[in-house]
Design a protein around this ligand. Structure first.
Ligand code: SF4
Length: 267
């Protein structure tokens, strides 16, 4: 066994997974069957006076269920807890932290990248490495701040060695992003790079051909359409820091600002 895995970490992981299953409405957990058996006492009535882990998780979920879930922030927070306990693909084994995304739950613009890198994995925050610094500068050049937008990724856990996401990983994880976008309902989604654009638009068209026009994206089949702009990923700009590439991204961002009726800062 990995010596890094302590008893406390294991207990915490099991507890998180149980809470996740409860949030998702799991009916197979043993205490549900105990509750349905009239000959058994309620597991909350532990003679030691201590609540079992399952009872505590159930109590927390019951308390959450009683609260009105009308706040976008609450819904995003709840989704982030589910992501934190997710084991739907093998990437959960190598992550240090999951990276659900962050920003204004009422953002008009959401930036979507591909997957967390090393710095993001270490900090549990999206776009905080070199690419993140560049994205922060791009957002600043638009006259905005990171706090005024929402930033997320297609994958919530880092692929080892920053490998390209596999179709299986995208299939397992992308529903989280669709759910986040359904909650936020931004006016424009900026897809950073081919993986984000092709996943959201369900196409294989190269990024160069997706750029330069607004596309229609729906988080769910019943959702109102959201405008989507595809542009180059900041890591592409770092590798190809040419005036042409920078101008292309700036032109895409100007299109976003114009679409939203926002002023275009002078360069
Ligand atoms: S990458 Fe996504 S699907 Fe895979 S474990 Fe992380 S949160 Fe779950």
């Amino acid at each position: 066994m990995d010596p890094e895995i302590t008893r406390e970490k294991l207990i915490r992981a099991v507890r998180d997974q149980i809470e996740c299953e409860l949030l998702l409405g799991a009916s197979w957990l043993p205490f549900e069957r105990i509750n349905n058996n009239p000959n058994r006492t309620d597991p909350d009535d532990n003679p030691t006076g201590q609540m079992t882990m399952a009872a505590r998780a159930k109590k927390q979920v019951n308390e959450m269920d009683k609260r009105p879930m009308d706040s976008k922030q609450e819904k995003l927070d709840q989704l982030a807890r589910v992501v934190a306990a997710c084991c739907e693909c093998p990437l959960h084994k190598s992550r240090l932290n999951c990276v659900p995304g962050e920003g204004d739950p009422n953002a008009r613009i959401v930036f979507v990248g591909e997957a967390p890198g090393q710095s993001e994995d270490e900090q549990g925050r999206p776009f905080v490495g070199r690419s993140g610094d560049l994205l922060t500068n791009i957002i600043g050049a638009m006259g905005l701040s990171r706090q005024a937008v929402f930033i997320g990724n297609i994958l919530k856990c880092r692929p080892p060695n920053n490998a390209n996401p596999t179709p299986e990983q995208v299939a397992a994880c992308s529903h989280f992003l669709h759910e986040q976008l359904a909650i936020i309902q931004p006016e424009v989604v900026v897809a950073l790079g081919a993986c984000a654009a092709q996943t959201l638009l369900k196409c294989k068209t190269p990024i160069g051909r997706l750029r330069g026009e607004f596309h229609e994206y729906r988080p769910t089949p019943d959702s109102a359409p959201i405008k989507l702009v595809a542009t180059y990923h900041p890591s592409y700009l770092l590798r190809n820091y040419t005036p042409d590439a920078r101008l292309s991204v700036w032109k895409d961002m100007q299109d976003v600002l114009k679409e939203l009726g926002m002023p275009i800062p002078k360069k």
